[in-house]
Design a protein around this ligand. Structure first.
Ligand SMILES: C[S@@+](CC[C@H](N)C(=O)[O-])C[C@H]1O[C@@H](n2cnc3c(N)ncnc32)[C@H](O)[C@@H]1O
Length: 347
């Protein structure tokens, strides 16, 4: 591009006010050359920058984020900015879906109820909406999985903590894979929640299945992507799965579900049922107790240190999980792998 364009011409080409170009210049995003009479002239490089800035603005990136991106266009930095956008859009979809469900309940209660019932219905729906949104928003990674990512694969081969819970790591992952692949068609879509470094997903990839991994830890996903370039990965959480309804025939998860407390688990089950097809199956391999009685019996035998380790997380009560899945019309089978490690098969 030999011709140099002045500010009026550039504004006309990009259909933006000339003031916007001056504003981006003031913020350091553009640096057009000055010609005779101190007029601005825009080169080919400036055109590319303007096009990039405008594209990022349509994605709602702040001027500060764009400036950061233009200064440092390394892959990790660019990905980070898009992840920010992805999270914002996904959060907003979940909030809107919750509000829509709540409105539906209110409208149904107005149709169905007498006048007294209407107020009660509205209050109940508003309370439910608040409580769901609070649960969804409040989950935090208090274990800092990003910092564990690089050493994770090595540490599962050794003793972890006082309970040695990864002693049968491979057996657990193999069992989950075998249970999940029963009756699975090659064309079926599989979701691995809390994919970590991708070890479970890879068992499906090796057999030619299409699998998507989701995790809240970017560092874990980076390790997974380096190991398995064919693995499709998405940033997301159990409580805010970034997928449409009925997207997967099968959901699997290992060593991840115990990072949710009882209330969060119920919401996670609701989320899994939402993204699962009607006939879909779920296989969860994780730390669990058979029921409250067996938890008490185990606590009686264990040392203080071991109990503290258990209480740092939220091991499931299988009887409670079973009850919850039954509400969705599902059947639950359970297989014990180790004292505290079970595979729960939901179909
Ligand atoms: C102990 S690792 C297990 C990784 C892998 N599934 C495996 O079996 O090796 C737990 C993983 O679950 C992820 N995780 C924990 N809570 C999560 C949540 N609420 N939503 C999404 N991922 C979560 C963590 O970031 C971490 O990568």
């Amino acid at each position: 591009m030999n011709k140099r364009y002045n500010i009026k011409e550039v504004a006309e080409i990009f259909k933006i006010p000339a003031n916007k170009l001056r504003f981006y210049e003031k913020k350091g995003l553009l640096k057009p050359k000055r010609g005779e009479n101190n007029y601005r002239y825009y080169s080919e490089d400036d055109f590319i920058r303007i096009q990039t800035i405008l594209m990022y603005r349509t994605l709602n990136l702040s001027v500060e984020d764009i400036s950061d991106l233009l200064a440092n266009s390394e892959k990790a930095n660019v990905l980070d900015h898009f992840y920010k956008q992805w999270e914002a859009v996904n959060n907003s979809i979940h909030r809107m879906r919750d509000v829509k469900n709540s409105l539906e309940k209110i409208m149904d209660s107005i149709y169905d109820g007498n006048n007294d019932g209407v107020m009660e219905g509205i209050i109940k729906s508003a309370q439910e909406l608040n409580s769901i949104q609070e649960t969804r928003e409040n989950w935090k990674d208090k274990w800092n999985f990003d910092s564990w990512a690089k050493s994770y694969d090595k540490s599962v081969k050794n003793e972890v903590g006082t309970l040695n819970l990864y002693r049968k790591y491979d057996e657990l992952l193999d069992t989950v894979y075998l249970k999940a692949s029963e009756g699975l068609k090659q064309s079926d879509s599989i979701l691995d929640i809390g994919v970590g470094t991708g070890n479970l997903s890879n068992r499906f990839l090796e057999k030619g299945y299409s699998v998507t991994g989701v995790d809240q830890s970017r560092e874990m996903m980076n390790v997974a992507k380096n190991k398995y370039p064919n693995l499709k990965l998405r940033l997301g959480e159990f409580l805010k799965l970034p997928f449409d309804n009925g997207s997967f025939e099968c959901i699997v998860s290992t060593y991840a579900f115990h990072h949710l407390n009882d209330e969060e688990k119920k919401l996670a089950i609701k989320e899994m049922m939402r993204v699962l097809t009607a006939e879909g199956t779920i296989v969860i391999g994780d730390m669990m107790f058979k029921d409250e009685e067996s938890r008490r019996e185990i606590f009686d035998r264990y040392t203080k240190e071991q109990i503290e380790e258990i209480e740092d997380e939220y091991y499931s009560d299988i009887s409670v999980l079973r009850e919850e899945f039954i509400k969705y019309g599902k059947t639950v089978d359970v297989q014990r792998i180790d004292e505290l490690i079970y595979v729960v098969h939901v179909y």
